[in-house]
Design a protein around this ligand. Structure first.
Ligand SMILES: [Zn+2]
Length: 61
């Protein structure tokens, strides 16, 4: 897999090995511009990378 296919699949699988055993390795961190950064980790191959999310919706709970 590549980061391109990782993004196209919605971030469901490790961008290196394709495993679904991926999780955030730290709490999400809010950054400027309505973005949130999340450090990610793959339990299968040990890959580490960073996801960046952009605010797209807000609603009452
Ligand atoms: Zn992996």
């Amino acid at each position: 897999m590549t980061f391109k296919s990782y993004l196209e699949s919605g971030g469901e699988n490790c961008p290196k090995c394709g495993s679904t055993a991926i999780k955030a390795s730290a709490p999400p961190e809010k950054i400027k511009g309505g973005k949130v950064r999340v450090a990610m980790f793959c339990a299968t191959c040990g890959a580490r990378w960073q996801d960046t999310y952009t605010l797209s919706m807000a609603e009452d709970l």
